[in-house]
Ligand binder design. Structure first.
Ligand SMILES: C[S@@+](CC[C@H](N)C(=O)[O-])C[C@H]1O[C@@H](n2cnc3c(N)ncnc32)[C@H](O)[C@@H]1O
Length: 196
């Protein structure tokens, strides 16, 4: 675990806006995200930005079936570490901005929930748009997009998206403390608001 933390810190030094955090998340945060999932919906559960896998491990411990689960990670060294620690997990090394294509290539047409650990507030706006639109393109109509943030406001800019958004939990036992947000479709509305 110490080696994971050192690798993570090294990655943050190399690309702070892409990694978004100095330390891997703690279990309490993983549990808070897992609590938002409705596993009775059909389809896969997908984690975006899995890193070295602390949230991944907690999702599995919380009952997410490994045969319905996919972890997406763009960084090759982090993806390799994740594969080593959790060989039962299907790790897809790729860009979360290409989610529908990545999932189709894996034979998945429908997703029940997306658990995002991406640092949305520091990623380029065009990438955030691709992540959100791509996720809702393949999400079940009643599915949710769960995201954590260290900030005080919604990490998805709601002026750009029609989404029902709720801060569902605060997790003080994380370094740094975090909040979990849950997003779902507004019935009858397209997810994208404009091209601003
Ligand atoms: C805040 S870290 C979270 C890591 C881990 N899930 C945790 O909670 O400790 C964000 C992760 O997102 C990954 N990431 C950033 N941009 C990405 C992208 N476009 N596609 C896939 N992964 C990405 C980073 O490499 C990093 O592992």
């Amino acid at each position: 675990m110490r080696r994971d933390a050192a690798l993570f810190l090294w990655k943050w030094i190399q690309a702070p806006t892409r990694i978004g955090s100095v330390w891997p998340s703690g279990r309490a945060l993983g549990r808070a995200m897992a609590a938002e999932l409705d596993l009775s919906l059909p389809g896969a559960i997908v984690e975006l930005g899995a890193g070295t896998g602390p949230v991944t491990a907690t999702l599995l411990q919380s009952g997410v079936p490994p045969d319905r689960f996919y972890a997406i990670e763009r960084d090759p060294a982090l993806a390799a570490t994740l594969r080593k620690h959790l060989p039962e997990v299907r790790v897809i090394e790729g860009d979360a901005g290409d989610l529908p294509a990545l999932m189709r290539a894996a034979g998945v047409e429908r997703v029940a929930a997306v658990v995002s650990c991406l640092p949305l507030v520091s990623l380029p706006r065009a990438l955030v748009r691709r992540v959100i639109e791509g996720s809702f393109e393949i999400l079940h109509p009643d599915g949710c997009f769960v995201q954590f943030t260290y900030g005080a406001v919604s990490p998805i800019p709601l002026r750009h998206f029609h989404l029902q958004a709720r801060r569902v939990r605060r997790v003080w036992r994380n370094m740094p403390p975090a909040a979990v947000w849950r997003y779902s479709r507004v019935p009858g509305e397209p997810v994208a608001r404009d091209r601003g």
